[in-house]
Design a protein around this ligand. Structure first.
Ligand code: FES
Length: 98
């Protein structure tokens, strides 16, 4: 199990490796992560990775292209609609204000 915390909502839950974060936030809207396209094109769901970058699977090309448009470092900011947990550990994500 990995502990995941969403900020600024403060919602925390335990998830298993391989879990898609969008599935977690769909099931728990109290995590308060905003989405629009849900497919790595709009950047609405950008989250700062405050802890646990190493526990996330690496971004694929379509995610990297969106992050580049926003000038984000993929080691610091990810698209929540694309993130999957790689292994166990603590992850803290903060929603990036538009
Ligand atoms: S919801 Fe559009 S990039 Fe994630």
């Amino acid at each position: 199990m990995a502990k995941v915390r969403f900020e600024p909502s403060g919602y925390e839950t335990d998830i298993t490796p391989g879990t898609r974060f969008i599935d977690v936030t769909d099931e728990h809207p109290e995590a308060e992560v905003p989405y629009s396209c849900r497919s790595a094109s709009c950047g609405t769901c950008r989250v700062e990775v405050k802890e646990g970058h190493a526990h996330l699977l690496a971004p694929e090309d379509d995610e990297l292209e969106v992050l580049e448009v926003f000038g984000d470092d993929p080691k610091q900011v990810r698209l929540c609609c694309q993130i999957r947990l790689k292994d166990e550990g603590r992850v803290v994500l903060r929603v990036v204000e538009p």
